[in-house]
Design a protein around this ligand. Structure first.
Ligand SMILES: Nc1nc2c(ncn2[C@@H]2O[C@H](COP(=O)(O)OP(=O)(O)OP(=O)(O)O)[C@@H](O)[C@H]2O)c(=O)[nH]1
Ligand SMILES: [Mg+2]
Length: 194
């Protein structure tokens, strides 16, 4: 079975929960005292998708403004970008729109964009209505999902949605697309973190 390596980056304001989402996805763990990311972190996880295995090469970027200039290194060559906002912080949704603009201007042409409204366990102090975010995502043909890294809500689904948006192997001109690297390996018996 073919393993496809898919570079994925997470973008978004500091504190929205990018690292927490990745930690939940890769290690099924949530750390209340997680530190802000410095530069970027790299993790991988392989998941089955139809007749293929998708190995996500995940670049979890730092949201602090001083690291903004590093972002092109991470979104360049990415098959997908997850742009995260915090449903309790309207400002973080405005920042998300800036990331969408930057990706449109400087990101890969065929990049899959997923918008994740994180911290949906804090619905009582919500500032970003689901409807507004969903409409915005639809307007740019992006995946939209609300997540809670804390309560493990929709985190798997987020990455599954990305997997489904990646064109199947037979439809992909792999030689001309750096985002879809392929290696051939035996099928592992179970889902695994790498
Ligand atoms: N209630 C709640 N808190 C969360 C959730 N996800 C993350 N947090 C908290 O939000 C804070 C920031 O989380 P991080 O994952 O470090 O955020 P980040 O986007 O990686 O931040 P930077 O690395 O600075 O860009 C931490 O205190 C987390 O515990 C969530 O789903 N619900
Ligand atoms: Mg982080």
């Amino acid at each position: 079975m073919a393993i496809r390596e898919l570079k994925v980056c997470l973008l978004g304001d500091t504190g929205v929960g990018k690292s927490s989402i990745v930690c939940r996805f890769v290690q099924d763990h949530f750390d209340h005292n997680i530190s802000p990311t410095i530069g970027a972190s790299f993790l991988t996880k392989t998941v089955p998708c139809g007749n293929e295995l998708h190995k996500f090469l995940i670049w979890d970027t730092a949201g602090q403004e001083r690291f903004h200039s590093l972002a092109p290194m991470y979104y360049r060559g990415s098959a997908a970008a997850v742009i995260v906002y915090d449903i309790t912080k309207l400002d973080s949704f405005q920042t998300l729109k800036k990331w969408v603009k930057e990706l449109k201007e400087h990101g890969p042409e065929d990049i899959v964009v997923a918008i994740a409204g994180n911290k949906n366990d804090l619905g009582d102090i919500r500032e970003v209505p689901t409807k507004d975010a969903k409409e915005f995502a639809e307007s740019i043909a992006a995946i939209f999902i609300e997540t809670s890294a804390r309560n493990a809500v929709n985190v798997e689904e987020l990455f599954q949605s990305i997997s489904r948006q990646i064109p199947p192997l037979e439809n992909t001109d792999v030689d001309s697309n750096e985002s879809f690297k392929i290696t051939r390996q035996p099928l592992p018996s179970a889902r695994r973190c790498c």
